[in-house]
Design a protein around this ligand. Structure first.
Ligand code: AMP
Length: 458
């Protein structure tokens, strides 16, 4: 099946060909004809499946067909997204796919000056991509006129609800015409999402697609037991020993992301942090530096990383485990995109054992816990917590000391009571450097092979 079989206009087929896609992805195969036919759609799909083109292409086509009514300067399609990055990405996709058509797309989101957005909206657009808060502001200021919206897309609806946007979404929906087409995309289905779908959608086509990079099959997952305060040292070791070139690291808090990025920099690893407190310009810059290889480690909070389209990411690290097990699936889904194998490494401190168990329950498989490797404790005088935020800078000379002997692994056993394998301690070892201490006792549990317990996550 090719894009031409889906009944897309030649202009859209040309734009898709320019992108180099040869065939539609499963979500596109199902969503495009349904949206073209004017149906509501409920799609279970996450980033990486090609969902954006699944709604953007048919929206462009329907808007083009309705060009006679296109004299209105008010948006006729509205896409709501949880984050600024996703809004920017979706809007860019709409411009890319619509480049041979006369369709104007504009995006609005918070964290940047509202004035250019006001001017742009006044000059008019056909597709408006927005985060809910800023859109409401603009609507309340009577700059965004939503009365002509014929198509509404809620992209990553689960994340929007997680972020507390439900009231904003309800208010926005009240500003839309009753008669319209509704598309809801969500990676997970909670009761809240089901409730929203029931209220919003009329006789929807339900589509469920597996992530393009089914994590269970393609992502090599492993965990290390490590004391909380030593995670950063182990992380430095893993990055350096593994010669990782591009690693996305998840922390729980914005402050934690900043601090870790600084600590990595101090250890000679180029790092940047990306989170909601950063200006839009800083976030875009950090992402670009990461994508083009100038930054090795991108430290992100869950929300900031959500929806980022980074191609074929080789490594993801859960520096802290997520509280919500489904987030683990999203996080590790960032690796191994487009069929390339990826690695997901979780650093698990003792207080996170329960979270790990919850994740394993959702995955319906165990995550192999490997013996914690020997690593050095590198203390750097350059790294006070209060050091000003410096996302990227000169790469300092590495200050690792070599050849420390581990104090040995303290067996902890895993939750099934298996005894751990012996740690992979290196024999011999010299003296620690002045700025270095020996690795503390850390526990690891027995290695299980990746493929032993197969199961599908839901
Ligand atoms: P999305 O899930 O919409 O974030 O898309 C993930 C990535 O897949 C983006 O980089 C798209 O450019 C790419 N993509 C979308 N559709 C296709 C397709 N049919 N063939 C190959 N790549 C695609």
């Amino acid at each position: 099946m090719s894009f031409s079989d889906l009944g897309l206009l030649p202009e859209l087929q040309r734009a898709v060909a320019d992108k180099g896609y040869d065939s539609p992805s499963p979500i596109q195969l199902q969503a495009i004809p349904a949206v073209l036919a004017g149906r509501d759609v409920l799609a279970g799909a996450q980033t990486g499946t090609g969902k954006t083109a699944g709604f953007v292409l048919p929206i462009l086509q329907r808007l083009a067909a309705d060009q006679a009514n296109g004299t209105s300067r008010s948006p006729r399609a509205l896409v709501l997204t949880p984050t600024r990055e996703l809004a920017a990405q979706v809007a860019q996709s709409a411009r890319d796919y619509g480049k041979y058509m006369q369709v104007r797309t504009y995006q609005v989101f918070g964290g940047v000056s509202i004035n250019p957005q006001i001017s742009a909206l006044r000059s008019g657009c056909d597709i408006l991509v927005a985060t809910p808060g800023r859109l409401l502001d603009l609507a309340q200021q009577r700059v965004a006129d939503l009365s002509k919206v014929q198509m509404l897309v809620l992209d990553e609806a689960d994340r929007m609800l997680d972020m507390g946007f439900i009231n904003d979404i309800r208010k926005i929906i009240k500003l839309l015409p009753q008669k319209r087409q509704n598309l809801l995309f969500s990676a997970t289905y909670s009761d809240d999402i089901r409730g929203l779908a029931e209220r919003l959608l009329h006789d929807p086509l339900s589509i469920q697609v597996a992530p393009r990079n089914a994590p269970i099959e393609l992502v090599e997952q492993r965990a290390y037991r490590v004391q909380k305060e030593q995670k950063r040292h182990l992380l430095v070791h893993l990055i350096q020993e593994g010669q990782w070139r591009q690693v996305l690291i998840f922390t729980r808090t914005k402050h934690g992301a900043n601090r870790l990025a600084q600590q990595l920099e101090g250890a000679g690893i180029r790092a940047a942090a990306i989170h909601g407190n950063k200006s839009q310009a800083a976030r875009v810059k950090a992402l670009d530096m990461f994508k083009n290889g100038h930054v090795t480690a991108l430290v992100a909070t869950e929300v900031a990383a959500r929806g980022l389209d980074i191609k074929e990411l080789p490594q993801v690290v859960n520096y802290e485990l997520p509280n919500v097990p489904e987030d683990y699936v999203h996080r590790i889904g960032r690796t191994g995109r487009a069929g390339a194998a990826g690695e997901a490494v979780s650093l698990v401190s003792s207080d996170e054992s329960g979270l790990l168990r919850d994740i394993e329950r959702v995955l319906r498989r165990s995550i192999p816990t490997l013996p914690t490797p020997e690593f050095n404790i590198v203390e750097s005088a350059q790294l006070p917590d209060s050091r000003p935020d410096r996302p990227y800078g000169n790469r300092p000379q590495g200050n690792r000391s070599q050849g420390n002997r581990p104090q040995g692994d303290r067996p902890q056993g895993d939750r099934q009571g298996n005894r751990p394998a012996q740690g992979q301690s290196r024999p011999g070892g010299g003296h620690a450097g002045r700025d270095s201490r020996r690795a503390p006792a850390t526990g690891g549990s027995g290695t299980r092979s990746f493929g032993q317990q197969r199961g599908r996550f839901r």
